[in-house]
Design a protein around this ligand. Structure first.
Ligand SMILES: *Cc1c(COP(=O)(O)O)cnc(C)c1O
Length: 375
């Protein structure tokens, strides 16, 4: 055992320096910790779809169960995506969550001696995908909690291989308009890969969505990533995808595990993709829930960052003290059975991120927040 320290030291220093990802607290864990009834707990911490899995996707999962002895085949899902998006199948890379595709971009393009550019307060997986490769992170200060594209462009160095952009961004909920992103893509050097992470694309008002899939045809250095974890309600199955130039896709596929997406995820995602009613209802529920939470926060005198996702990031006032109160409010909410996400790890110590839930879950959060702020 005494040699375990020596053993760990043969791991590259850049691996040992990684700060582990901090997931939202699971319902089961909170129930154990405070002796709460699981059914009384409201989890608004991981931007999951509060409606759960769609009945069509669930039926597809059940139908796929007898096939579990076989290795998965992503052909049907890739074909469904290619038809839906109007791209060639060779342009699609399936991932074990879109997180996997972000990692594939890192694996294919980053190494010690290279750098990746991303924004302050951007999604936590970008630093992970960069550090795991021993590449350097260039973190560009945010502008009004969103991406400062001019500064990001200026930050690109000759050793920069990848730029990560989340649109909309998590955890701030900010959005870049096509009129901002398109000129950026035109100006980025052609030998730099740009990953545009659209995990929340389906939650955007259709009028605000970027024609990002069309851009893939114009910009061979662009990778657009999307997921089935959010509006499609399949976070626990782990499935997402990237769309890019076929040669870029071929490169990502070289570092991809051959069977990275499992049978059940493939079946569920293929069914979910065609469940337009479920997606539309989930979108509408989110619009209504966003208005409900914004109204409630206004009533409580709590500020928030205008959000384009299925979550809202609120600012907990310091209340005269010089100390951040967000951590204490987070803990009080836990005791009241409401799980949200603290953002100290995103250099936002005064903010909490709250997923838009079902109407009654949003009420529970607002009541708990009111109580936590008074206590
Ligand atoms: C949730 C999220 C993802 C993807 O998650 P997967 O479950 O791995 O598909 C990617 N990017 C952002 C910004 C997210 O918030």
């Amino acid at each position: 055992m005494s040699n375990i320290t020596d053993l760990c030291e043969i791991s590259p220093a850049y691996v040992r320096a990684i700060a582990p990802y901090q997931p939202g607290k699971p319902i089961t864990e909170l129930a154990r910790e405070f002796g709460l009834d699981e059914r009384s707990i409201v989890k608004l911490a991981s931007n999951e779809n509060p409606r759960g899995i769609s009945p069509k996707a669930l039926a597809a999962v059940k139908a796929a169960l007898p096939e579990l002895a076989r290795y998965p085949d992503g052909f049907e899902l890739s074909r469904a995506l290619s038809q839906r998006l109007g791209v060639a199948m060779e342009q699609i890379v399936l991932g074990n969550g879109s997180n996997d595709v972000l990692e594939l971009a890192g694996m294919a393009f980053l190494a010690p001696g290279c750098s990746a550019v991303y924004s302050q307060h951007a999604f936590a997986v970008y630093p992970l995908a960069t550090q795991a490769r021993g590449a350097q992170s260039i973190v560009v200060p945010a502008k009004n909690f969103g991406h400062d594209l001019d500064a990001m462009l200026a930050a690109i160095r000759s050793d920069t291989h990848v730029v990560f952009i989340a649109n909309p961004n998590n955890p701030t909920g900010t959005m870049l308009a096509a009129a901002e992103l398109e000129p950026f893509l035109e100006r980025v050097p052609k030998n730099v890969v740009v990953v545009v992470d659209e995990a929340y694309n389906e939650y955007l008002d259709p009028a605000l969505r970027c024609p990002s899939i069309d851009w893939v045809g114009r910009f061979p250095n662009l990778i657009v990533t999307r997921t089935f974890s959010k509006v499609y309600g399949l976070a626990g199955l782990r499935v997402g995808y990237g769309v890019c130039h076929p040669e870029l896709a071929a490169l990502l596929n070289r570092v991809r595990q051959p069977f990275n997406v499992n049978n059940l995820a493939i079946a569920a995602a293929t069914a979910a993709l065609s469940d337009d009613a479920f997606v539309r209802e989930s979108y509408e529920l989110n619009v209504a829930g966003m208005a409900q939470l914004c109204d409630g926060c206004k009533r409580l005198g709590i500020g928030w960052i205008p959000s384009y996702g299925n979550f809202i990031t609120v600012e907990i006032p310091r209340a005269g003290t010089q100390q951040s109160q967000a951590g204490a409010v987070f803990q009080k909410l836990l005791r009241l059975g409401v799980i949200v996400r603290p953002l100290a790890g995103y250099a936002m110590p005064d903010h909490l991120r709250v997923t838009i839930g079902l109407a009654d879950e949003n009420v529970r959060f607002l009541e708990a927040l009111e109580a936590a702020l008074k206590a």
